[in-house]
Design a protein around this ligand. Sequence first.
Ligand code: K2U
Ligand code: ZN
Length: 164
Amino acid sequence: MSILTILTLPDKRLKTVAKPVEEFDESLKLLADDMLETMYAAPGIGLAATQVDQHIQLVVIDVSEDNSEPLVLVNPRIVEKNGIQKHEEGCLSVPGIYASVKRAEHVKVSYQNVIGESQELEAEGLLAVCIQHELDHLKGIVFLDHLSVLKKKLALKKLEKVAT
Ligand code: K2U
Ligand code: ZN
């Protein structure tokens, strides 16, 4: 297993739209394992393949207190969402920047597991936030893109300072 390099803004590769996974082979399993190890080491509770410069529809998530409940979502898509919640978000690709983002309170996600079996998951609260945050990454979207023009500008300016 390996710790992978996480892309950070302003890297344009974070804007790449990920392609569907078609081959459920050993390399997919290895990438998912490396992403989980990278996420736990960060530490984080989610990581999208886009963030490690692998532009396929794959995310890993673990919102448990003791890193005991890893989720590997392949070709995930939200099939139902309702309610609204606001949550302070950060991002491993936007170090040191935090902002409140509005998202759906409850989501139903359809996805495949790492061996290609179709699955469905319902989530609310922090898990729902994390799922929406990670699926945004697969569309080339970071949480700053949900902010007002002014708030995003201020955040990017702060990011520049944090980076220098
Ligand atoms: O995509 C990422 O960078 C992973 C995020 C996922 C996330 C962001 C906001 C809210 C929920 C999940 C990282 O895990 S950010 C670090 C973090 C760590 C613990 C709790 C919340 C956020
Ligand atoms: Zn993120």
